[in-house]
Design a binder for this molecule. Sequence first.
Ligand code: SF4
Length: 111
Amino acid sequence: MQHKISRRALVKSGLIAGALVPAIGLIGNNASAALPPLDPNDPTAKGLAFVTDATKVNASANPTYKPSQKCSNCAQYQGKPTDPVAGCNLFPGHSVPAAGWCKAWAQKPGA
Ligand code: SF4
């Protein structure tokens, strides 16, 4: 059986495709939120003393830690400071919470 594609169907599919392109762009902009959260028990995360809540940092074991330090103001944080989660340059393929911290924390310029 042969199907004819009507001009109406082509126009309709073109409109759908046109509507999906910006939607895909929006998904791309928020890709970090879709990343799986970094597991604090991940060997690399553990090695860097990663915690999901910076207020829980063991300060005696991490003397460089200061209470103002958290992922959201770290140079490695890939999101905006207001994003609740974002990717981290040190942990590709995972997201970290804005309130997290690890030993690799470095001041984000201008934050
Ligand atoms: S490098 Fe920075 S953003 Fe990444 S987990 Fe450590 S403190 Fe958070």
